[in-house]
Design a protein around this ligand. Structure first.
Ligand SMILES: [Zn+2]
Length: 591
């Protein structure tokens, strides 16, 4: 045992077998003589041992152990109480019977910063609370100042309805207000905001969107898919205003047990012109610096060790700019690196609703949603990115969108075969034909899914879908059975892997109703898709996703055991501690 760990320490320095033997002899003698802490002249064989827990390794056999030893940010041993004897000098963390498992890897998450003018309607439990937030912000900013915010969701509001212009008018009559719904496909504005945007009863329906109307054709405040009509008037935020909120959000993810996120909407706009950046002199408007690869690089070079690891999807910048950008998937380091060309939605979503479906929406004859670009453009994106060596992960939600996009991938892969591409469809919300699933399985196209959508958007699905396609929304078990590889993420609806696990296991929406019970997967499978499989999607299967020797010590301690807790209690399972690269980066305050 002692030999084993001295081997790894000194092996590289030992030039011959004889040297190796001498090193070993020397170290063994030393260890026997000074088997106490303080022998600091020589690197300790482990920095930390977490013991007395239920360790879900998520290895191939889903082995359960009770202790893990960590050195230099990596796992050096997984086992039982013997690790305490084996690594007597290491710092000890008593898990007191709690569960230790690999940190979650959210394969689809949107980071949002919060400017001084923004409120957080995603944290409100009622419209009344949203009103209080708006009123407080109006008071803080003074009249006339824009107020915005992201993330309200009527399913999570006590009133169980969308907020309206009148609700916001009551809270802030003298400030323009626009609040974007979770998912970004619709927004609510107050009267002053609508007035500044020139939207009233006589405004014609905008291209590609809907202005919802009440009596006398008066706008209700809700605008679907064309929130930009109002949002463009909100003064842009500077990097300096935004950065602290991005950092705060990233740290907050650690409290949810997320040790790696794949940020799904990073731009290369702020790269140098000629290297993929946006030529602002042609475009007009100020540099955004938000959701940008340049900005994330700056944040991570300064404080990456305190944050979850990040992999950035790059939003499609167009052929010429992507060709000019000198990097591709994998560039970066283990803290921050480039992921796929992805998201770049081919169709809409069900918050709109604008997902592109094979059949008409329920009760909406002739309406099948739409795509945001043509199949030719889709081909151009996929072939260009593929030829430059990028992974591809385009957003496809409706069944027709999924079938179109899977075919585009298939054609591209047939024309230019790639052995290990890990291309995937983001979302995969509606179940496509069996033929499509088989094709995806055959050519290795993955689905990066969000089981939590069912929890959050249950009401939307019931309004827009029916029958088989309703029951099989956000499918998991069936695609897996047809051989489609899958990984989980949240897409912010809501962020928090526990909701994803709960929904994948129960197939229950927030109201407790079960949809398509045959799409449910086991606890083991759900955990695997949020850890091991997600690591694979990020090209990190050798580095994370399981608790095995040689991998990063990216792990979390939970206050309940997700394998045995009554399934409802998954939703209230807390992360007690989060460790990234062997460093404790989060501890629950109550402890
Ligand atoms: Zn998307």
């Amino acid at each position: 045992m002692i030999f084993q760990y001295f081997n790894s320490d000194s092996g590289s320095r030992a030039k011959t077998m004889r040297d190796t033997f001498m090193y070993r002899t020397f170290y063994v003698a030393l260890a026997l003589a000074v088997a106490t802490p303080g022998a600091s002249a020589f690197a300790a064989p482990a920095d930390m041992v977490l013991f007395n827990g239920k360790v879900l390794t998520v290895d191939k056999a889903f082995s359960v152990r009770s202790a893990v030893a960590v050195k230099d940010g990596k796992i050096v041993a997984v086992g039982g109480p013997e690790l305490l004897k084996r690594f007597p000098e290491a710092k000890r963390i008593d898990l007191t019977g709690r569960t230790l498992m690999p940190g979650f890897i959210d394969t689809h998450l949107h980071l949002f910063g919060l400017a001084h003018r923004a409120i957080e309607p995603d944290k409100a439990k009622s419209i009344v609370e949203i009103q209080q937030m708006v009123a407080a912000k109006a008071k803080a900013l003074g009249p006339g100042e824009w107020i915005n915010g992201y993330g309200w969701d009527e399913a999570l509001l006590a009133e169980k309805r969308v907020p309206t212009r009148a609700d916001l008018d009551a809270a802030a009559p003298d400030n323009p207000v626009i609040l974007t719904r979770a998912g970004s496909h619709s927004s609510v504005s107050n009267s002053m905001a609508l007035k500044l945007a020139g939207i009233d009863a006589s405004t014609p329906e905008p291209d590609g969107g809907v202005i919802e109307r009440g009596p006398n054709n008066e706008p209700t405040g809700i605008i679907r898919e064309r929130s930009d009509l109002v949002a463009r008037l909100v003064p842009p935020d500077t990097k300096e205003q935004m950065r602290p909120s991005y950092v705060a959000r990233l740290k907050w993810l650690l409290s949810l047990g997320i040790t790696t996120l794949m940020e799904a909407f990073t731009s290369i706009d702020d790269e140098p012109i000629g290297k993929g950046g946006l030529d602002r002199s042609k475009q007009g408007g100020p540099a955004s610096g938000l959701h940008s690869w340049a900005e994330f690089r700056a944040i991570y070079s300064e404080m990456g060790a305190e944050l979850p690891r990040m992999i950035s999807y790059i939003a499609w910048p167009g052929v010429e700019r992507l060709k000019a950008f000198p990097y591709k998937t994998g560039y970066g380091d283990d803290r921050l690196k480039l992921g796929p060309i992805g998201e770049s939605p081919y169709d809409g979503g069900f918050t709109g609703p604008t997902a592109y479906t094979k059949e008409d929406y329920k009760g909406m004859p002739g309406f099948r949603g739409k795509t945001f670009y043509s199949q030719d453009t889709a081909r151009e994106i996929v072939t260009t990115a593929g030829a430059l060596g990028w992974q591809v992960g385009i957003h496809a939600i409706g069944d027709q969108a999924i079938e179109d996009m899977a075919k585009v991938y298939d054609d591209a892969l047939k024309a230019h075969p790639k052995k290990d591409h890990r291309w995937f469809l983001s979302h995969f919300t509606m179940i496509p034909s069996v033929a499509t699933m088989k094709m995806m399985a055959a050519n290795g196209t993955w689905a990066a899914a969000q089981p939590n959508f069912l929890y959050n958007l249950e009401g939307r699905y019931e309004q827009t879908l029916d029958g088989y396609r309703l029951q099989h929304n956000n499918p998991v078990a069936l695609p897996l059975r047809y051989g489609v590889k899958m990984a989980f993420g949240s897409d912010n609806l809501p962020i928090g892997p526990m909701v994803g696990l709960y929904t994948a296991i129960t197939r229950k929406g927030a109201d407790g109703k079960v949809f398509g019970a045959d799409e449910a997967v086991s606890r083991q499978e759900a955990i695997r898709l949020y850890t091991e499989k997600a690591a694979y999607l990020g090209w990190d299967e050798k580095k994370k996703g399981t608790l095995e020797v040689g991998k990063f010590a990216d792990m979390i301690v939970l206050d309940k055991d997700p394998m045995t807790v009554p399934v409802q209690d998954l939703l209230t399972t807390n992360v007690d501690m989060t460790i990234v690269g062997g460093r404790v980066v989060y501890q629950r305050a109550a402890l």
